[in-house]
Design a protein around this ligand. Sequence first.
Ligand code: GLA
Length: 392
Amino acid sequence: MDPNGKKLVLEGFAQAFGDTEGVRCFFAPGRVNLIGEHTDYNGGHVFPCALDIGCFAAVRKREDRVMRFYSVNFPQAGTVTTSLDALVPQSRSGWTNYPAGVVWAFGTHGCEPDVGFDMAIYGDIPNGSGLSSSAALEVVTGTALRALYGWDKVTNVDIALLGQLAENEYNGMKCGIMDQFASAMGKAGNAIFLDTNTMEYAYAPVHLEGMKLMIVNTNRKHSLVDSEYNLRREQCAAALADLQKELPVKTLGDLTEEEFEAHKDLITDPVCLRRARHAVYENRRTIEAVAALRRGDIEEFGRLMNASHVSLRDDYETSCPEADILTEEAWKIPGVLGSRITGGGFGGCTVSIVKDEAVDTFVETLDRVYREKVGYPATFYRLGIGDGPTEI
Ligand code: GLA
């Protein structure tokens, strides 16, 4: 966690709201998904981990029903003022819809604040990087609300679910549970193996002896992400409806590859068929990958990461040329065990497992080739696997 984060967010609070007396500070992490992409809204498995970067919040209750928000990252937006009585889903645009949406979501579950608050935010997750800056903002807001209003019965899983509800209903992004869950339930040194069908989860230590987890940002500016994402969901739902004509399954995650192959002709639309094939195979790959990691077979884990990328590129079509360049170059380098696009896609980051002795070559080669082919630089991060949300 950035040791300066608390200082920066408190400075922001003082600048926006005058002083910092009685202010409480919180942190929630971003996440990287190791494998299990676009499976979380298909009843499949995911395998993300929380990062040691995230979102800091400085918060103080008020005596009236006003809520004021200020972001150290977007000072030009100034202080945004709203009210507990103005919480209408999809009423406004802008970053404050995320924390306001969480307040709204808490309200739908019997946790209604009696008074408003002032909140300053500082985040060190690059925006649009696919490392879940919005989930971190939602989870830090939920963590702060629980503490400020004394809602002790609210669990971290509740905070994740309410964050997802806020994003689905308040912001219109029909995301699954992975990002908020990874942020709310993170554990240092561990990835989280979550079955989104049952919400059962288990921690799996990520021991990468002699290797590094490398995250590379394409810096691709993406737009239309939400609508493309929502479209993928609809395509998977259409494929499932076709399969359900003969199969008694509730989600695509219920299917094995064999069952899918035996019944895939039921899916009338060829595009929906490819989307479903990704969802089914990616789910099975995730289960296999976690088993491989647990027996220390990182080579197999890496092969499954590569296969995940190919499937996202060809069947799910959520990769982009920039991420394809980064992964395909990485695969050529001896000592790179696996490399894939991570997160929702259409830009964002790749995640790779690289042997220590190959890290320099990995960075030098990808940096050079990416500049040549794309025309602007990629950014390389060496991040750790951090804990979930906390008061700081
Ligand atoms: C985004 C969503 C997640 C998940 C991923 C793809 O990050 O918020 O719920 O669907 O995309 O795996």
